[in-house]
Ligand binder design. Structure first.
Ligand SMILES: *Cc1c(COP(=O)(O)O)cnc(C)c1O
Length: 236
């Protein structure tokens, strides 16, 4: 198989990101297989997204439902999985859950109830993460830390949804230790709640870390990192 210049560049970027993931995982006593890379394709078109899959990255994420629908359609037949990582409105649930393997961004009971309703109708079980606002920024979506346990206590109302963990974003502009403290807060919340969860809930997964802060996130226990710009540097 011959690779285009763009595919070669994508492969190099992917290798560089994977190496950094591996190093951070090793520093946290894990291996790179313990940390799943989700490539966030929101800055690039469907053709580049497809080339990234060809370069070897099969988990893709979008923050806007319409973009996810569009690209999933364009990449029909390509062996990849989609992740919904941004705010999801209830009227977009049905179409979105048909296309995704994991919804990272459940932030209200109304949303999870709608996911449950649509999952039941489609005869599927939908895996989700609960988004937690660890930075306290008002413009960010997500439950507060205090809201998570009462939320989980209702989980038997949503038998067609499986909570697998938590997701967060660092404060805007936060780097280094400031970002890391948001990630530490999510991990500590998980550790506090893990033993008290209903049986149908798991808090195994922690989705945290983007291009500017994924190493800090991995050091704090991220199992999923959502990386966009670092994968597409120099790609056009
Ligand atoms: C855009 C986005 C990312 C990736 O951002 P980069 O800094 O480009 O890696 C990750 N998570 C969410 C929720 C996003 O919206």
């Amino acid at each position: 198989m011959e690779f285009t210049l763009r595919q070669t560049r994508l492969k190099e970027n992917l290798a560089a990101v994977r190496e950094r993931i591996g190093r951070a995982a090793a520093s946290s006593g894990r291996t790179m297989d313990d940390v799943q890379l989700i490539a966030v394709t929101k800055y690039v078109d469907a053709a580049i997204s497809r080339d990234l899959v060809i370069a070897g990255c099969t988990d893709l994420g979008e923050s806007r439902p319409q973009q996810l629908w569009f690209k999933a359609d364009e990449l029909e037949g390509v062996d990849c999985q989609w992740h919904m990582i941004g705010h999801l409105q209830r009227n977009k649930v049905e179409r979105t859950i048909r296309l995704t393997s994991l919804v990272h961004s459940v932030d209200s009971e109304r949303l999870i109830a709608m996911i449950n309703t649509q999952a039941e109708r489609l005869g599927t079980l939908v895996d989700v993460l609960l988004e937690v606002n660890t930075s306290g920024e008002v413009e960010k979506h997500g439950l507060t830390a205090d809201e998570v346990m009462p939320f989980l206590a209702c989980s038997d109302q949503w038998p067609h949804v499986r909570v697998r963990g938590l997701m967060t974003m660092a404060a805007r502009g936060a780097v280094g230790s400031a970002a890391r403290s948001c990630f530490a807060e999510l991990r500590q919340l998980r550790d506090r709640l893990a033993g008290k969860c209903p049986a149908n809930v798991s808090l195994q997964e922690l989705s945290m870390g983007m291009s500017g802060d994924f190493e800090e996130a991995i050091l704090e226990g991220a199992t999923l990192v959502r990386i966009g710009s670092a994968l597409f540097e120099g790609v056009e």
